[in-house]
Ligand binder design. Structure first.
Ligand code: NAD
Ligand code: ZN
Length: 414
């Protein structure tokens, strides 16, 4: 199904409607029989609606964006909803968020599910370390009789969305999940995807599930309460996707970088939306939403990022770790003669202008860091496949790493 972008200026939000074909294989059954065995091999084709909208002020009673999330379900008013809120967001609003949610749902009761519970969970990476957050969601589904047509609504950063999404994807083998991402990173990347998960064995996302959310509603007004470092951290994912796919977008980020570093929401908004759109397009049109292939191009810079997060016991945030991982793989690309000095200098200048970290002492622990390559390979299976850069907007895949050069690149960033 084609990617459709529809702009509704009246409500200052826009919506993506799309469907994912889980396989591009022909649907003809491939049956064969001999006297001893019968094969009934078939291809399973799946299509999902992935509703993604941006707005500002989602909880203003006059803003229809949140109500419209449920528009495709004529029986929405008969459904139930539990809401799980990141405590960082709840604290930033001093308890007013719950009141505003109840008021909005009451005002639009004829077209929305009924809130049966609102709970707050620890925000940030602890939400993914502690299996109790995902367990709590499963418990809430059971306690409040949330069936597969009812809703879990997650409001928070990428970590809370991942953990709550995992609970929602596994209770009843999947209940409807609505995400309200509240960080720049969650709005420009994490909430667009179909991945949910928690950490185990000190490894990121070791346990998880692929599940397309029922809807994603990005409310930019929620970004105004972010700590500056958290606000900036989300733009490493925008730089990443620009470097992979869109040189003009990279130039746009360069122009807005200083204003973004100063947490200017109007400067940040078009960058967040474009990054979200590019992530979404990749998932929808890239032909591999559930990562059956060995390549995982959206994870440029991530083999080192995930390792640095774990090595720092998650003192380094995901967004900052991605900035560091990009710096490493861009320097490696330059040392290998793939990336020009000029492009490399532009990328470093852009990351610096965004106020993202440019070095970290953990880069000195090269042996520990390089184990991240094998962890990355193991997560996907098959041959090691990581993305490198030939130029801005020109990613490509490699299957072997020159360890001496990678160590040299890492040493410079320590
Ligand atoms: N599923 C995916 O496809 C995907 C993609 C990218 C990243 N991720 C994951 O996302 C996580 C990182 O998410 P993140 O960068 O959003 O950070 P985060 O979820 O760790 O949140 C950072 C901090 O900000 C607080 N916070 C959140 N919203 C707030 C708000 N509006 N106001 C004030 N404080 C707020 C949180 O409580 C937390 O303390 C990582 O675990 C990463 O692996 C997942
Ligand atoms: Zn990431």
């Amino acid at each position: 199904m084609p990617f459709v972008l529809c702009t509704q200026t009246r409500f200052a939000h826009y919506a993506f409607r799309l469907a994912i074909n889980a396989t591009a294989m022909p649907s003809t059954p491939r049956h064969s029989s001999t006297s001893e065995s019968t094969a009934l091999d078939s291809d399973v084709r799946l299509a999902f609606a992935h509703r993604v909208r941006f707005t500002r002020g989602a909880l203003d009673a006059a803003n229809p964006a949140l109500r419209e999330v449920f528009r495709d379900d004529p029986a929405a008013a008969s459904r139930r909803a539990v809401i799980v809120i990141d405590d960082g967001v709840a604290r930033a609003h001093g308890g007013k968020l719950e009141t505003a949610l109840r008021a909005y749902f009451a005002a639009h009761a004829a077209a929305m599910p009924a809130i049966v519970d609102i709970v707050t969970v620890p925000g940030g990476e602890p939400a993914k370390h502690d299996p109790r957050v995902a367990d709590l969601v499963i418990d809430l589904v059971e306690r409040h009789k949330i069936d597969r047509k009812s809703f879990v609504i997650a409001i928070g950063g990428g970590a809370v969305l991942d953990a709550v999404g995992f609970g929602a994807a596994t209770a009843h083998r999947g209940v409807r999940l609505v995400r309200l991402p509240t960080t720049t990173l969650a709005q420009d990347d994490a909430a667009m995807g179909v991945k949910n998960g928690i950490n185990r064995f000190g490894k990121k996302n070791f346990v998880g599930a692929f599940a397309v959310p029922y809807a994603v509603l990005c409310d930019e007004a929620l970004l105004t309460t972010l700590e500056p470092a958290v606000f900036r951290a989300g733009f490493s994912e925008a730089v990443k996707i620009a470097l992979l796919k869109d040189p003009a977008f990279f130039a746009e980020i360069e122009r807005s970088a200083a204003a973004i570093a100063a947490c200017d929401l109007d400067a940040a908004s078009p960058v967040v939306r474009r990054s979200a759109e590019l992530h979404l397009r990749h998932i929808v049109d890239g032909g591999d939403p559930f990562e059956a292939n060995e390549a995982r191009p959206l994870d440029f810079g991530h083999w080192a990022a995930h390792r640095l997060e774990a090595m720092s016991a998650h003192a380094i945030s995901h967004g900052d770790a991605v900035a560091l991982g990009l710096l490493l793989d861009c320097r490696y690309s330059q040392l290998m003669g793939w990336l020009s000095d000029a492009d490399h200098a532009r990328i470093r200048a852009c990351i610096a202008a965004l106020g993202l970290p440019m070095r970290h002492p953990l880069f000195a622990e090269a042996d520990t860091l390089l184990r991240g390559l094998e962890e990355f390979r193991e997560h996907l299976g098959g041959t090691l496949t990581i993305t490198m850069l030939r130029g801005i907007g020109r990613g490509f895949e490699i299957h072997e790493v020159d360890f001496a050069r990678m160590r040299a690149a890492a040493a410079e960033l320590a």
